[in-house]
Design a protein around this ligand. Structure first.
Ligand SMILES: O=C(O)[C@@H](CO)OP(=O)(O)O
Ligand SMILES: [Mn+2]
Ligand SMILES: [Mn+2]
Length: 538
């Protein structure tokens, strides 16, 4: 290939049922339609075991999707590794767990658990939390406090009370033995604590105030908080519930995080865990005024960043993703560009490179700042600006390989609002239309795919029958989470019309893309990479 080899990831654009809830189908997408009809096209698996998740009932997500794209192999991912470490008991034999228990036993301070309260299995799993809580009780920990982030993004949009009930039941059971196990604070995951890629530090600051300092509106219980806040803001979905603290009979917060305590962040996925971990760990911290930093033992479920060694203590070792496509290209002197907007910047850099935050030799990373307003109000997001810069960069001739992520299908898909999701997909298609002539002019190749579905299902479906679920007024129920659908994969390489996908390859997935990129760049893939999608008989 004379020109650059470009991989475009349309985040959250799967191939779905092509019905009334499928914004990818409903969108007018002349460029994608043309590629699907005229250029090499196939579907790729992007969920479950194809991306290292425990089962094929697990939807894909950006972390596992971009890890697979960038690593060319399938690694067991956080969800699966934590299950195994709990089952084997290894988690509880590790230094981090032992130190947390020892600390609170010595000081009498609570053991605090902070994380996303759902069974979404993208960032966390509620059963992991329960296993940790039960084990703490068995080991004689007297006080536990839970800081619960409400989901509605990886699970149905107003499902929080299901998880609240489950949690309260576990805590109540343990209290019967005279222990003091309670919820201490909480809030919607898109309002507090779980910001990523430094898009919105004030979100983390709000979370810090609630969880650590006990500041914020007080409620008597987690259920009371959810119900009252919902009643006050009709239509609000769980991910957007404001933060709060739980107060006791005396009106005082029941679970400030104070000197001598131990804190376990039970999310296993890194992107949205890095900032709050930094707030707990960094000696000098300038992102917001955190007040006096409590002297706590802090541990993450995993180590979230292999370059920064963040956090220092973790319960389960992360997947060892090594010899990535980027490393291979860097070692061969191939120049690479990675570009996206803030919300997905780390996806094409950190996740793509196996959860490492430092650029390799010959890599250029460009971040276009994202909006911080609701994405359904601006579904075009920064797709055009990303493409502007990408085209300028490609024309310099500096980059042999480029990868980009258009965030629209995913970020707008997560709002659960269908009309803007349609505009989101159309916005991406418009940019594809701009890119095609540039690829032709430079005699390069463009591989367009996605990391998982999202906008392809904007309505909840019945798990058994597949029928669209409706509320009591007959209106379809909005769906905010990712999907199990396969993703498209199209190749546009007008200067190499002989290139074809190997049609005999049946079960290909995202992890086959890395070898395909190497193939297009004229390199043999390492023997343990999943094979290139292209035929070799030309
Ligand atoms: O927003 C996120 O954190 C996840 C959903 O939990 O989406 P994605 O995997 O696409 O980044
Ligand atoms: Mn994604
Ligand atoms: Mn998403």
């Amino acid at each position: 290939m004379k020109g650059p080899v470009v991989v475009a990831v349309m985040d959250g654009v799967g191939i779905g049922a092509r019905d009334d809830g499928d914004a990818v189908h409903l969108a007018r997408t002349p460029s994608l339609d043309w590629l699907i009809a005229e250029a090499p096209f196939r579907l790729l698996r992007a969920h479950g075991t194809a991306v290292g998740l425990p089962s094929d009932d697990d939807m894909g997500n950006s972390e596992v999707g971009h890890n697979a794209l960038g690593a060319g192999r399938v690694f067991d991912q956080g969800a699966k590794l934590v299950n195994a470490a709990i089952e084997s008991g290894k988690l509880f034999e590790g230094d981090a767990w032992r130190s947390a228990i020892a600390r609170v036993k010595q000081t009498g301070q609570p053991l605090h658990f902070l994380g996303l309260l759902s069974d979404g299995n993208v960032h966390s799993h509620i059963e992991h939390l329960f296993a940790l809580i039960r084990r703490a009780a068995q080991e004689g920990v007297q006080n536990v406090r839970v800081h619960a982030l409400l989901d509605g993004r990886d699970v149905p949009e107003t499902s929080a009370l299901t998880y609240v009930e489950m949690l309260e039941k576990v805590l109540a059971e343990i209290r019967t033995s005279g222990k003091d196990y309670r919820v201490a604070s909480g809030g919607g995951r898109m309002k507090v604590t779980m910001d990523r890629y430094e898009a919105d530090w004030p979100m983390v600051e709000r979370g810090w105030k609630h969880h650590v300092r006990g500041e914020g509106r007080g409620f008597r219980s987690l259920g009371d908080a959810v119900e009252t806040l919902r009643a006050e803001t009709p239509g609000v979905i769980d991910q957007n519930l404001p933060g709060f603290v739980i107060v006791g009979d005396d009106g005082e917060p029941v679970g400030r995080i104070e000197d001598g305590a131990a804190v376990i962040l039970f999310n296993f996925r890194g992107d949205r865990a890095v900032e709050i971990s930094r707030a707990f760990e960094e000696a000098t911290f300038t992102k917001f005024d955190r007040g006096a930093k409590p002297d706590v033992f802090f541990a993450g479920m995993m180590q979230y960043d292999g370059d920064l060694k963040l956090p220092a203590h973790f319960l389960v070792p992360p997947p060892e993703i090594e010899r990535t496509l980027s490393e291979h290209l860097a070692a061969n002197g191939v120049t690479q560009l990675a570009i996206s907007e803030t919300q997905k910047f780390g996806h094409v850099t950190y996740f793509w490179n196996g959860n490492r935050s430092e650029a390799l030799a010959g890599e250029t990373w460009i971040e276009v700042p994202s909006d911080t307003r609701p994405f359904e109000e601006r579904p075009w997001m920064k797709a055009a600006e990303i493409t502007d810069q990408l085209i300028d960069q490609l024309r310099t001739g500096k980059h042999r390989h480029a990868r980009l992520n258009w965030a629209n299908g995913d970020m707008v898909g997560h709002t659960g609002v269908r009309e803007p999701a349609i505009v989101a997909v159309e916005s991406v298609d418009l940019q594809i239309g701009r890119l095609l002539p540039v690829i032709k002019e430079l005699q390069g190749a463009l591989l367009i795919t996605a990391d998982h579905g999202n906008a392809d299902e904007m309505y909840e479906r019945d798990k058994k029958t597949g029928a669209i679920q409706r509320d009591e007024h007959g209106r379809p129920k909005a769906k905010t989470s990712h999907t199990l659908n396969p993703v498209p994969c199209c190749l546009y390489a007008p200067s190499a019309p002989e290139l074809r996908f190997d049609e005999t390859m049946k079960n290909a997935g995202l992890a086959n893309v890395a070898a395909t990129v190497l193939h297009l760049l004229g390199f043999a893939a390492p023997a343990d990479y999943l094979p290139s999608l292209l035929t070799t008989s030309e």
